[in-house]
Design a binder for this molecule. Structure first.
Ligand code: HEC
Length: 319
């Protein structure tokens, strides 16, 4: 489904082992919040020691905002594991046994409470998969460590025709039943592979970056567009430092298109190849007119009404 650029991860020089997690795991133990299973003791390391280390960042307990730490695969395997046979994950062609750590467990073990209430999984192609609190509660996503008992080297290749490695990490669910529907957008499984980094974040800060602008922010149509854009477009399109950068096209460029040429915007969302034969963006032909109208109205809140007449979006990638 997602096409990935394969990049080799640099191995950072010296290994410095931090035992920071140890101290807060102990603190958590004495907290009033119930701890499921045994209290995990996870080493967060200050430097990468292996390409299979998972980067972690965001709001980490006991650490200043913005630092990056690393967890080894072995340390992840030492956390409480969950195991399921999944039959509805499109990354697998038949029922598959997966084992790993639940994202809720990772948040509990590593996140700074209470502000860190969502997980953002980042892939090596800068695609972002977002797991807000409601999504995690409804679907219990897990960071997959083994597939049919095997480490990433034994995983099936991606089924998008490209045959890429799906490691070092991927995310799946025990079973996915959509938990909301907004116009013609149904809650979609967030099942990235090629995950290299996990950020524990404050949902208000992440989605706040793309909150619709006044004066139309509170209208139902704009709110519906916001809901859809935060689950769909935000995976590949960024607003400043928030959101995926896979597309290379920032939020305000989409907004400019929605204002200057709603026809181009609509056609690109439904079927990008009609506007750009080289488009890599997956289309959503199932979005009906009301859904497109909601997205257009939402994106237009970022650009003042006069802007469309004086500014034309760049015509890149066109013949
Ligand atoms: C899986 C990644 C992905 C998702 C999700 C995605 N896009 Fe894109 N988008 C791209 C890429 C990559 C491009 C750059 C051109 C191309 O390859 O199609 C792009 C380009 C565009 C463009 C054209 C910009 C230009 O300057 O010509 C528009 C408009 C656009 N996206 C709107 C959207 C909207 C609205 C959503 C959500 C409904 C969305 N995209 C979701 C990947 C994505």
């Amino acid at each position: 489904m997602r096409r990935l650029r394969i990049c080799s991860l640099g191995i950072a020089g010296l290994l410095v082992t931090g035992d920071l997690a140890h101290s807060y795991a102990k603190q958590r133990n004495t907290a009033a919040k119930p701890v499921v299973g045994s209290a995990p003791i996870t080493k967060l390391r200050a430097a990468r020691q292996s390409p299979s280390d998972l980067e972690v960042g965001g709001e980490l307990a006991g650490l200043p905002l913005g630092v990056t730490r690393y967890i080894t695969r072995e340390d992840l395997l030492a956390l409480p594991q969950v195991s399921y046979t999944v039959a509805d994950d499109s990354n697998f062609t038949s029922p598959t046994k997966i084992t790993g750590v639940s994202l809720e467990e990772l948040t509990r073990s590593l996140g700074a409470a209470p502000q860190s209430d969502m997980v953002v999984a980042i892939c090596d192609d800068k695609y972002h998969a977002n797991y807000p609190r409601d999504y995690a509660a409804a679907h219990h996503p897990l960071l997959v460590l083994t597939v049919d008992g095997k480490p990433p080297s034994g995983w099936p290749k991606s089924s998008d025709g490209q045959s890429y490695d799906m490691g070092p990490y991927m995310i799946s669910h025990p079973k996915f039943t959509p938990s909301f529907k907004t116009l013609s957008h149904s809650d979609e499984p967030q099942i990235p592979w090629g995950v290299v980094r996990i950020e524990l974040r404050d949902e208000n800060a992440v989605f706040g970056a793309i909150a619709p602008r006044e004066p139309r922010a509170a209208t139902p149509v704009v709110k519906a567009g916001f809901r859809i854009a935060q689950q769909n477009c935000f995976r590949c399109h960024n607003m400043g430092r928030e959101g995926g950068q896979k597309s290379g096209t920032p939020w305000l460029v989409l907004s400019a298109w929605a204002r200057a040429s709603p026809e181009y915007f609509a056609a690109y969302v439904r079927n990008p190849q009609t506007k750009n034969p080289h488009a890599q963006m997956p289309g959503t032909p199932g979005y009906d007119d009301a859904t497109i109208a909601a997205l257009t109205a939402y994106f237009r809140t970022f650009v003042s009404p006069g802007a469309g007449s004086t500014w034309s979006p760049p015509r890149k990638g066109k013949p």
